[in-house]
Design a protein. Structure first.
Length: 681
C-alpha cells in the first residue's frame, strides 16, 4: 500500500493511502481562514481526481456553521462524480453538533476507523413510561403525577421537576425521545457566535431561546419547551429561516445568553462563584495614585476578577488572557498549551478590570499608553499562587496576560518529567558531571525551565553552592541562591554571570543564553570547573551546537565545554476520564514500521467536561538527549554544518523527539495527532 504525505496548506495535512486521501485540519474549523483552507484543500484534491476523501477531525476542537455547510457541499460534489466523503474521529462536542444539526444525514461520520455514527431511531414512548424504564421514577410516582396533572392542568414534565422527582435534564431527555427532538448539554462551542447574533438579545431573553447552528436554510434553536410554537414562528419570521427545536435546560440557555451577548450594560458575567478561602494579598498603593475608577472600587468587579483568577487556578491554566475588541472583552485560559475561551465580558467593564488588576499588582493605573509588568499574589485552596502581570496597549485598549506560577503544580523531580527510563538515566549521567555545559532547548512553552528546576532539585545539597540567574525567578528553592535579571538598572544575564563566578559557585544555572557575551562567559565558566546549565531556543538538539557557533563561540572552546544537549517538547496526554482504545489502521502501521508486532492498539480521548471536550488533560514531556562523546567533540571542532550533525545522529541511532513521542503513543499516553501537531511532521 502506497502512503504519501504532504502539507496542502499551512493548516491541512494531506495523506494519500492507496485510492483514499486523508485530509487532517490541524486547528479548529470556526474561523473563515481555516474553513477556506479546507475548501481549497478539497478543491485541489478534486482537481487531482481524488474523489474518495476522509476528513480526519482528531485535531479539531470545534466547528461552525460555515464549516458544516462546506463539508456537506463537498459530499454533494463528490457524489455527483461517483465519489464520497467521510468524517472520522470527531470529539464529543463535534458529535453533539452533528447530531443536533442532522449533519449525519448528509455525510457519513465515523467515531473510530469502523464505527459509523447514525441518527438514533425515533422512539415513541410516553414520558412517564420512559422515565420508569430508565429507573428514574417508580410507577407509583407516575400515577401521582398524572393525578396532579388532571387537577392542576400543568404538564407532566413541569410537575416532575417542581416536585423534585426527576431532574430537568432527565425530563428533557425523555421528552426529546418522546417527540424525536434532540437534547443537548449547552456549553461553549456548541453554538456558533455568528448564528447566535442573528437574533437580538432582547428577543432571545424574552423567548428563552438561543440559536445554535445554521445548516441548509434551517436554524437549530435551543429551547426548554419543544411545543412553544408561537416562539418558533416569531424567530422564523425575524430571521427568515426554518426553525428546528433543540432541547436544553432553561438555566443553561439563560446563562449562555448572558455569556454570548455583550450589549447589556447592567449585568456582570461571573466566571464562577468565589470560594471563601480565596484572598488577594494586597500590595500598598503609592500615595500619588489618587484616583481609581469608581467601577473598579465596587465589589462586583472585584468579585469578577477574583472569580476569573480562581477558576484559572482550579482548572490548571498556565496563563489568563483578557483581550479587548470592538464590542466585547474576551477571557481565555491557556490549558495544556492551548487557549480556550471561557467567557466574554462587556467592553465597558474592561477598563475597570484593568484598573483593579493594576492595583493588585501595585502599578500605575493612570498609565495606559506604555506596557507594564508586575506581580500579584493570591491565596486559594490553602496555598499561595503568584501571578505575573503583563499589559500591552492595543487598538481597543490594554490587553492583559497573567502567567500563573503555582509551585504546587511544578515538577521538581527528574523522574516525573515524562522521560523514558533510558533518557532519565542519560540525563542523570549528564548532571553527575562536576563541570561542563548542559543545554536544554526547545521553543517557548516547551518546559525548559521546568526541566532546569528539576535538575537543580536533583543536584541540590548543603555541600554545593548553586547560583541561578533568571528572568524572572519563577519558583523559589531552598539553599539555592537565586538572582533576577533587571535590565533597567544594568543587571543583564552577562553582568550577573560575570559577578556570579566570583561567588565560588559549584553549579550555575543561566535562565537563557541570548547573546554572544553570555554564551562566551557560560562556556568559559564550564571550562574552568563549573557545571553550567542553560537554555536555548532551538528546535532540535543539534541546533544548539550551530546556534552557539553562530553566536560567536569558538568551535574549539564549545567542543571542550559541551557535555550534553536535551531537546524537548510538551505534548498533551489523553484524558483519563474519556479515554478509549482503537486498533491502529493499516496505513499508520505501515507508516511507522509497526508491521509484525501484532495488533497495535492506540488511545484517544472522546472529549468530556473534564477536558473542555478536547480529549486531552495534562501534559508530558518528550525528549531528545545528545551526549557529547569524543567523536562529537572532534566534529564540533571542525565547525560542522547541519547535514553533518544530522548524519552523526543517524549513524548512532539517537532517538529523536518524534520517535520518543511514538513510544508514548504506543503506551497510550497521547495520540499520533498530538505528536504531529507539536513536532510539525
Amino acid at each position: 500500500m502506497s502512503v504519501a504525505q504532504e502539507n496542502l496548506t499551512g493548516g491541512i495535512l494531506r495523506t494519500r493511502v492507496g485510492i483514499m486521501t486523508h485530509l487532517a485540519p490541524r486547528a479548529a474549523l470556526n474561523n473563515g481562514d481555516m474553513v477556506q483552507e479546507l475548501v481549497e484543500a478539497t478543491s485541489e484534491c478534486l482537481a487531482r481526481r481524488e474523489i474518495q476523501l476522509v476528513i480526519d477531525l482528531s485535531a479539531v476542537q470545534v466547528v461552525n456553521s460555515v464549516a458544516l455547510e462546506a463539508l456537506i457541499d463537498l459530499q454533494d460534489k463528490l457524489v455527483r462524480i461517483g465519489g464520497w466523503a467521510k468524517v472520522i474521529h470527531p470529539n464529543t462536542l463535534l458529535q453533539d453538533i452533528f447530531r443536533i444539526t442532522g449533519f449525519t444525514e448528509y455525510v457519513n461520520v465515523m467515531d473510530s476507523a469502523h464505527d459509523i455514527i447514525k441518527p438514533k431511531a425515533d422512539k415513541q414512548t410516553r414520558l412517564g413510561d420512559s422515565l420508569v424504564e430508565k429507573e428514574i421514577l417508580t410507577q407509583k410516582r407516575v400515577e401521582e403525577a398524572i393525578s396532579l396533572q388532571q387537577k392542576t392542568g400543568k404538564r407532566m414534565g413541569q410537575i416532575l421537576i417542581e416536585k423534585g422527582w426527576a431532574s430537568e435534564q432527565d425530563v428533557l431527555m425523555a421528552i426529546g425521545e418522546q417527540l424525536s427532538v434532540p437534547y443537548v448539554r449547552l456549553r461553549s462551542g456548541i453554538y456558533d457566535p455568528d448564528v447566535v447574533n442573528l437574533l437580538d438579545r432582547k428577543t432571545a431573553t424574552r423567548l428563552k431561546v438561543l440559536p445554535l447552528q445554521k445548516i441548509r436554510g434551517a436554524i437549530m434553536l435551543a429551547t426548554d419547551d419543544p411545543q412553544a410554537i408561537p416562539s418558533f414562528d416569531e424567530v422564523e419570521q425575524r430571521l427568515g429561516f426554518r426553525v428546528y427545536p433543540v432541547l436544553a435546560q432553561r438555566e443553561a440557555i439563560m446563562s449562555a445568553i448572558q455569556d454570548v451577548y455583550t450589549s447589556n450594560a447592567d449585568d456582570i458575567i461571573m466566571v464562577g462563584d468565589v470560594d471563601a478561602d480565596f484572598e488577594v494579598v494586597e500590595n500598598l498603593v503609592p500615595d500619588d495614585y489618587s484616583v481609581i475608577d469608581e467601577m473598579a472600587e465596587g465589589s462586583p468587579v472585584i468579585n469578577l476578577v477574583n472569580s476569573i483568577v480562581q477558576r484559572a487556578v482550579r482548572d490548571g491554566a498556565s496563563d489568563i488572557h483578557i483581550e479587548p475588541s470592538r464590542g466585547k472583552s474576551r477571557v481565555r485560559y491557556r490549558i495544556d498549551g492551548v487557549l480556550y475561551e471561557v467567557t466574554t465580558l462587556r467592553s465597558d467593564l474592561h477598563p475597570a478590570i484593568i484598573s483593579r488588576m493594576k492595583v493588585m499588582a501595585n502599578l500605575d493605573i493612570s498609565e495606559r499608553r506604555l506596557p507594564q509588568d508586575g506581580r500579584i499574589q493570591v491565596q486559594t485552596q490553602g496555598r499561595a499562587v503568584d501571578l505575573r502581570f503583563s499589559s500591552l496597549p492595543g487598538l481597543y485598549g490594554e490587553k492583559i496576560v497573567l502567567r500563573i506560577l503555582d509551585k504546587n503544580q511544578s515538577l521538581l523531580d527528574v523522574n516525573k518529567l515524562g522521560m523514558s527510563p533510558d533518557n532519565v538515566t542519560l540525563f542523570k549521567s549528564l548532571l553527575d558531571n562536576s563541570n561542563g555545559l548542559i543545554l536544554v532547548t526547545g521553543p517557548t512553552g516547551s518546559g525548559k525551565t521546568t526541566s532546569l528546576y528539576a535538575a537543580l532539585n536533583y543536584l541540590n545539597s548543603i555541600e554545593k553552592n548553586i547560583v541561578t540567574i533568571e528572568d524572572p525567578v519563577e519558583y523559589q528553592i531552598d539553599i539555592i541562591n537565586q538572582n533576577e535579571v533587571r535590565d533597567n538598572i544594568g543587571l543583564s544575564f552577562s553582568s550577573i554571570l560575570r559577578h556570579t563566578l566570583r561567588q565560588d559557585p559549584d553549579i550555575v544555572m543561566v535562565g537563557e543564553i541570548r547573546d554572544r557575551e553570555t554564551a562566551e562567559i557560560a562556556v568559559q565558566a564550564a571550562l574552568t570547573g563549573h557545571l553550567v546549565l542553560s537554555t536555548l531556543h532551538t528546535n532540535h538538539a543539534i541546533g544548539a551546537i550551530t546556534r552557539m557557533i553562530d553566536m560567536g563561540v569558538e568551535p574549539y572552546l564549545l567542543s571542550s565545554a559541551l557535555i550534553g544537549v536535551v531537546a524537548q517538547r510538551l505534548v498533551r496526554t489523553t484524558c483519563s476520564a474519556c479515554k478509549t482504545e482503537y486498533v491502529a489502521p493499516p496505513e499508520l502501521v505501515t507508516r511507522f514500521g509497526w508491521e509484525g508486532q501484532g495488533q497495535i492498539k492506540l488511545a484517544r480521548g472522546r472529549g468530556c467536561d473534564e477536558c473542555y471536550d478536547s480529549g486531552y488533560k495534562g501534559r508530558i514531556g518528550i525528549h531528545e538527549i545528545l551526549k557529547a562523546d569524543e567523536d562529537l567533540q572532534r566534529l564540533v571542532t571542525n565547525n560542522p554544518g547541519r547535514d553533518e550533525l544530522a548524519r552523526y545522529l543517524e549513524e548512532r541511532n539517537i532517538k529523536t523527539l518524534f520517535h520518543d513521542g511514538l513510544d508514548h503513543v504506543r503506551r497510550g499516553d497521547t495520540s499520533i495527532e498530538e505528536i504531529s501537531r507539536v513536532i510539525n511532521v
